[in-house]
Design a protein around this ligand. Structure first.
Ligand SMILES: Cc1ncc(COP(=O)(O)O)c(C=O)c1O
Length: 440
């Protein structure tokens, strides 16, 4: 829940990465996303160490959808992390950062012809195919380019991970991938193997996010292995890659009990080895952790704008951000933990942390016990590194906050705060519709 470098001094002043929160708020303004370098690095190393224990060694592709900027892509590349992108925009961010393209998997259930072309022109490592239509499109584009496109087929293995319905993806009726129930996945294999412009490297299945049990990860790998065993028996096709996706749970509040990654990966490795026929090499296991790398590295600092107690006794704290910078509570009832900078950790009152946006549902935290809160206080919400900035919007025409990295007592701006000028930069002025010369 807390960044690894989180500290409170004797005056209850919070610092992250050795930099006091107050200092960051004063230098960069609020709301402010703060990312801890050490936490991200520790998480990356933990995954890499566990993957190196596998035979053959596994590979990690950070899921850029959790949080991606040019600086983040540069940071990942510098530490040998692969990247999972899901759009032309994420792909372009990686290109702009000079990312090693062979270390990229290109996902998404909708990829346009332009996006596929961009990916193939830049030699991405793997394109993860979601439908037969997309497979035909990739085949066509690769044929035009006279190349062989390296692909993984995304399968839905029918595994229901115990997580929020909106972040489950492995069930048979998911919108993602080829269902393993109705034979469409076998047809996709036939199409891929018959094409001279498709290089079928392997299979992928991501079963959902914020998963706390180890078993679904192992069952997913086993389900995929049973399928590839049948392919070996029937067609003598054996893949190089088995991608089990991301979804490793993290701690947002004290209720969350994340699983041990090394233990999950050791069990997955064991299952894959056991189900590999003697005459074949075990496939390389790919994983795609997103939030497990960045969620707990991030906090958001807000300033209190008003407090009020309403009839019925509810205590509201209104802060200068909300659903525009963190949509997750409104989108899927995500829960967070908060503290007040410079105030004791023990709370005395139950508060509702409300955002500034014009929606009754713009509540960041429904019930949080805090010390007495006053206007001007800085409230720190923990665990906001993933799917916060990435999902941010300009609702109510509120500029997006800055993102700042902290490390060893220093801070570095990763994303500038938007300005009002930025908000109107893509707008065009009003023109009278009566003047048809202005219309296409
Ligand atoms: C295919 C795929 N891989 C990886 C992830 C990352 O999930 P998480 O951030 O929970 O690890 C997702 C999340 O939606 C996904 O759809």
């Amino acid at each position: 829940m807390f960044p690894d470098t989180y500290q409170r001094d004797e005056h209850n002043r919070i610092s992250i990465g050795g930099v006091p929160i107050r200092q960051l708020a004063e230098a960069y303004g609020t709301p402010l996303y703060v990312l801890d370098y050490a936490t991200m690095l520790h998480r990356i190393h933990a995954f890499q160490e566990a993957l190196n224990e596998m035979t053959p060694p596994g590979r990690a592709f950070y899921a850029g959808k959790a949080f991606l900027t040019t600086a983040m892509a540069g940071f990942l590349n510098a530490h040998g992390m692969g990247l999972d992108v899901v759009s032309g925009g994420e792909l372009y961010t990686a290109i702009a950062a000079g990312f090693d393209m062979q270390n990229i998997v290109f996902h998404g259930n909708v990829k346009t012809a332009e996006e596929i072309q961009l990916a193939l022109e830049h030699n991405v490592g793997y394109v993860v195919v979601d439908s037969l239509d997309e497979l035909h499109l990739i085949d066509e584009i690769a044929a035009r380019m006279s190349i062989k496109a390296p692909v993984l087929l995304r399968l839905t293995p029918g595994i229901e991970a115990h997580t929020h319905a909106f972040i489950q993806t492995g069930q048979f009726d998911s919108k993602f991938g080829f269902s393993m129930k109705d034979g469409i996945h076998e047809e996709a294999v036939s199409v891929a193997l018959a094409s001279s412009h498709i290089d079928l490297k392997g299979f992928h299945a991501h079963i959902g996010s914020q998963i706390f049990d180890e078993d679904p990860f192992v069952h997913n790998a086993m389900r995929l292995m049973e399928f590839i065993q049948s392919l070996w028996e029937q067609r003598r096709f054996w893949p190089e890659v088995l991608d089990i996706g991301g979804g490793f749970g993290v701690q947002y509040t004290h209720k969350d009990d994340p699983p041990e990654v090394p233990s999950i990966l050791a069990r997955v490795n064991q299952a894959v080895q056991a189900l590999t026929p003697r005459e074949c090499e075990p496939p390389v296991i790919f994983i795609e952790p997103g939030r497990a790398i960045v969620a707990e590295a991030g906090v958001t600092v807000y300033q209190v704008n008003a407090t009020k107690t309403v009839p019925g006794g509810k205590n509201y704290i209104a802060v200068d951000g909300g659903m525009g910078d963190n949509i997750r509570p409104a989108l899927y009832q995500a829960e967070y933990m908060a503290q007040v900078d410079g105030k004791p950790i023990d709370g005395v009152a139950l508060y509702t942390l409300a955002g500034r946006y014009c929606e009754s549902g713009d509540i960041l935290i429904r019930d949080v016990v805090l010390p007495p809160v006053e206007v001007g206080d800085y409230v720190v919400v923990f665990g906001t590194g993933a799917y916060n900035y990435a999902m941010s919007s300009n609702y109510n025409r509120v500029p997006k906050p800055a993102v700042v990295l902290v490390a060893d007592g220093h801070s570095q701006l990763w994303v500038k705060r938007e300005t009002y000028q930025d908000l109107v930069a893509q707008d065009l002025p009003w023109r009278d519709p009566a003047d048809l010369r202005d219309f296409l």
